[in-house]
Every structure is written in C-alpha cells, then in structure tokens.
Design a protein around this ligand. Structure first.
Ligand code: ADP
Ligand code: MG
Length: 267
C-alpha cells in the first residue's frame, strides 16, 4: 500500500545512499537506508551533528538525488511531488524573500502550492506562530527565531501532503520552542500530512512524533526505530509522565550506543 487511509502518501526509501564528490575523496553522507514512513505520520530523525540528517531530508524533498537506491512518495518520485507542489519544506536557513513582508511571504506558501487565497487562514497562522503585529515587517527586521517561525507558517500555509522540517526550532529560544512544541501539532494534525522532522532535541522528537528514527554517525544508517504511542494532544502532563521519560531514555541510549569514536574518547 502506498497511501494511508486519509490519502497521505507513504515514503519508501530503498537502499538509499548518498555520497558527495569532494576535492579529495568523496564524502559518504548516507549509507544504505531502507525505510517505509507511514502516510499521515510524523517521523522524527535524530542523530549526531553532521551525520547526514539534512542530506536525507533533502533527498526526500528531491533537492538531492540518491547516489544509490530509490525514493518514492506515494506513487511518485520526489521530483514529481515537487513539481505539482505537493510538498513543503521549512529548513534551518529560513529562506524568506527579503523584499516581501511577513504576511506576503506566508501567503506565498499558499500560492506556490497552487491553493486558493485564504487571508483568514494566513492571519490565524501568523497569530499561532506569534508574529501578530509583525505582518508588515520584512525578514531583515525580524530575529532569527521569528524568521524561522515565519518559515514554518509559510510551509503550513500550503497544506502540503508532505511536510519536511529541518530543525525548525533551532534558532528559537527555549520558552518559545516549548510553546510551539505544544501549539503547532494540533495545527498539522487538524488537516494531516506525512511529516518528517529533523531535530537534535530528544524531548522534541518524542513529543512531536509517532516514531523516532535514530541515525548513526556519518554515513547515516538506521540505528534504532522507536515507535511513540503516546496519546495526543501531548500537554505538560504527558511530557512529565514516566512513559515519556522512558522513551526519551530509549532514544538517548540508542544515540549513545552509536556515537562517534572521538566522542567516546573525549569522555
Ligand atoms: P546533519 O544535517 O546531520 O548535521 P548533513 O546532512 O548536513 O548533516 O551533512 C552530512 C555530511 O555531508 C557532512 O559531512 C557534510 O559536510 C556533507 N555534505 C552535506 N551536503 C554536502 C554538499 N552539498 N557537498 C559536499 N558535502 C556535503
Ligand atoms: Mg542538518
């Protein structure tokens, strides 16, 4: 089956590997990843810095091509899904258009997805990501965290079938991050999407996802595959529960079991 009951596409990665040709020897970023990510689910990818998480996400987005193996999203290639604007990305370097206002950058997410204008929805998104009062500002007038929140709103505005988030909260302060962790999931759950979130926060991965994939140091392989069956919404009580903490421990231990040799030596 290539689609979930709600019609959101599964992602199939079959023998996916990616190397980058360098000046000297090639850099192997991803090695032999075989995964099926269920349609409509939120999968978190965690792994040490530089292990190949962003590369894996860019492969799924069709922004890079695998050196080996194949990726399909539903019945399509990543390229096909991109071309009909069925996916949205919010990457680390929130690439907003500098000459457009916040509001118009977010509305652009909807236009690019070829969805009808919906000023009310855009206004709701702006409130949700805490940018009320900044609608008419340009990206250069915002902090890094505010730009990132605008980029998330832009991705959600297109109501994509596939939502790819690369450390979307990395530049956001801890309090805002906590608030977004609590308030954003209902927004994408309401409509649904197949989602992949790259994060280096174990707690964020467990709180937001249905499944955590732990990756090895570079080249990225699957080190552990941990289902998260906590009920939603996951408010403060859920996060304080023993079950939540046990899952965080399981992810942390999988990361520790597969860390870089130099970080073992450094301890
Ligand atoms: P992560 O997101 O887990 O921190 P990345 O996927 O960004 O890791 O990078 C994995 C490895 O691939 C790193 O060694 C990085 O330098 C290398 N890499 C990523 N993109 C390129 C590229 N376009 N050209 C050459 N090397 C790259
Ligand atoms: Mg990265």
């Amino acid at each position: 089956m290539s689609q979930s009951p709600e019609g959101f596409p599964d992602i199939h990665l079959v023998g996916v590997a990616k190397s980058f040709a360098g000046a000297g020897r090639a850099v192997e970023a991803v090695a032999q990843v075989d995964l099926v990510l269920d349609g409509g689910q939120m999968t978190a990818l965690v792994g040490p810095s530089g292990c190949g998480k962003s590369t894996l996400l860019r492969l799924i987005a069709g922004l890079e091509r695998p050196s080996e193996g194949r990726i399909t999203i539903g019945a399509e290639s990543p390229d096909e899904l991109r071309q009909r604007a069925g996916l949205a990305v919010a990457f680390q370097d929130a690439a907003l258009l500098p000459w457009r206002t916040v509001e118009s950058n977010i509305a652009l997410g909807r236009a690019l997805a070829r969805k009808p204008r919906d000023p009310e929805m855009i206004a709701e998104l702006i409130t949700l990501v805490g940018l009320s009062g900044f609608e008419r500002r340009r990206p250069a007038e915002l902090s890094g965290g505010m730009r990132q929140r605008a980029a998330i709103a832009r991705a959600l505005a297109g109501e994509p079938e596939l939502l790819l988030l690369d450390e979307p909260f990395a530049a956001v302060d801890a309090l805002t991050r906590d608030r977004l962790n609590a308030e954003l999931p209902p927004l994408w759950e309401a409509r649904g999407a197949t989602s992949v979130l790259v994060t280096h926060s174990v707690a964020e991965a467990v709180r937001l996802s249905d499944r955590v994939i732990v990756l090895t140091p570079r080249p990225a392989r699957v080190a552990a595959d941990i289902p998260v069956r906590l009920p939603r919404p996951r408010g403060p009580e859920a996060v304080a529960s023993g079950e939540f903490r046990a899952l965080c421990t399981q992810v942390t231990e999988a990361l520790r079991d597969h860390q870089y040799p130099e970080s073992v030596a450094a301890q």
